[in-house]
Design a protein around this ligand. Structure first.
Ligand SMILES: NC(=O)c1ccc[n+]([C@@H]2O[C@H](COP(=O)([O-])OP(=O)(O)OC[C@H]3O[C@@H](n4cnc5c(N)ncnc54)[C@H](O)[C@@H]3O)[C@@H](O)[C@H]2O)c1
Length: 316
């Protein structure tokens, strides 16, 4: 199959491109390299069937594909808040442009949505039926509301035009090729620990998140895309239901590195959710998907990646 992956040079996208190529598909990676990098996909460059299109999804484009994975969007607060209007455009105009391609060529299309559509949730754990608690005018809204509108667009293209859509609500994902300086907690803690700096904990550190290893997520994404038509046009949560506080995560990293780490507490950012944990019953019943990588194993692999990066940049 010919598969278009927007945001294919990013953290998750590069793993997805790699897996799809490995399964014998032709893969077109479309990216504007805002938060992604050529380095993330350098190991794929010479693989037969792999091509790169340097393009911004807010602009229309004519492409042919059997399937589209729409991942293009900066995912960390420092990047999506850098130019909030652009973030909304990427989510909304990007979705319209990609849905337009799907409509024209009859492709199946998957939207990378997010647990952020639940906002600061009043229900715990979050099921797909929960409508969320999102501030429409806060500093995170360009991302949260942008992703919510994208879900609306996908659903309306399905209802109105019969497009074969998939919506995956991704919960915190971590692994090799995360950026070391984008403020996401796993990469933040690991890089600070490896450099011998204090770990930054916002608030008391009792707020919780669930962390899914990137290989498990990619597995769920492909299962959802492959799922037979007619079965899944509703959103599907994909994440690891294991729930850890920031303090517990710091202890896990301490154990993995075998050294005592110092922490520094800073005020909690505005609208920071207190709890996040996916209910994955829908994914497990419909797709037979459950995550299989433990936090300790995933952290070991991620620490290995950052160690190598810091050593090669002379920064360890
Ligand atoms: N990583 C997570 O924990 C997580 C959680 C929930 C949802 N997601 C979603 O998964 C997707 C991928 O996330 P990621 O963690 O790999 O982030 P990332 O920032 O590493 O990847 C995003 C990619 O999209 C590209 N991009 C951004 N704007 C673009 C535009 N206008 N046109 C073309 N390309 C553009 C970037 O250059 C980058 O390569 C995003 O849509 C994100 O919202 C990620």
């Amino acid at each position: 199959m010919r598969i278009l992956v927007t945001g294919g040079a990013g953290f998750i996208g590069s793993h997805l491109c790699e897996r799809l190529l490995g399964e014998g598909n032709e893969v077109v990676c479309l990216d504007n390299f805002f938060t992604g990098s050529r380095e993330n996909i350098a190991h794929l460059a010479d693989r037969p069937g792999f091509s790169v299109v340097d393009h911004d999804i807010t602009e229309p484009i004519q492409l042919e594909a059997d399937r589209i994975f729409n991942l293009a969007c900066p995912a960390s607060p420092i990047h999506y808040q850098h130019n909030p209007v652009k973030t909304v455009k990427t989510n909304v105009m990007g979705a319209i442009n990609m849905l337009g391609i799907a409509k024209r060529v009859g492709a199946r299309i998957l939207q990378a949505s997010t647990s952020e559509v639940y906002g600061d949730p009043a229900e715990h754990p979050q099921r797909e039926s929960y409508w969320g608690n999102v501030n429409p005018i806060g500093p995170r809204s360009c991302y949260d509301e942008g992703k919510r509108v994208a879900e609306t667009l996908f659903t309306d293209y399905h209802r109105q035009h019969g497009i074969d859509i998939r919506i995956i609500r991704i919960f915190n994902t971590y692994g090799p090729r995360m950026r070391e300086n984008d403020g996401r907690v796993v990469s933040n803690f690991i890089v600070q620990a490896l450099k011998g700096d204090e770990l930054t904990i916002y608030g008391s550190g009792e707020q919780t998140r669930s962390f899914c290893y990137v290989d498990d997520l990619v597995d769920g994404m492909i299962k959802l895309m492959d799922c037979e038509s007619g079965k899944v046009h509703k959103p599907v949560n994909v994440g690891n239901p294991g729930e850890f506080s920031m303090n517990e995560l710091a202890l896990k990293i301490e154990a993995a590195l075998g050294k005592k780490l110092q922490v520094r507490h800073l005020p909690l950012p505005e609208d920071d959710p207190k709890q996040r944990k996916p209910d994955i019953s829908r994914a497990s019943e419909m797709l037979g998907w459950v995550p299989t990588t433990t936090l300790s194993d995933g952290l070991d692999k991620t620490i290995g990646y950052f160690k190598q990066r810091l050593e090669s940049s002379g920064n360890s």
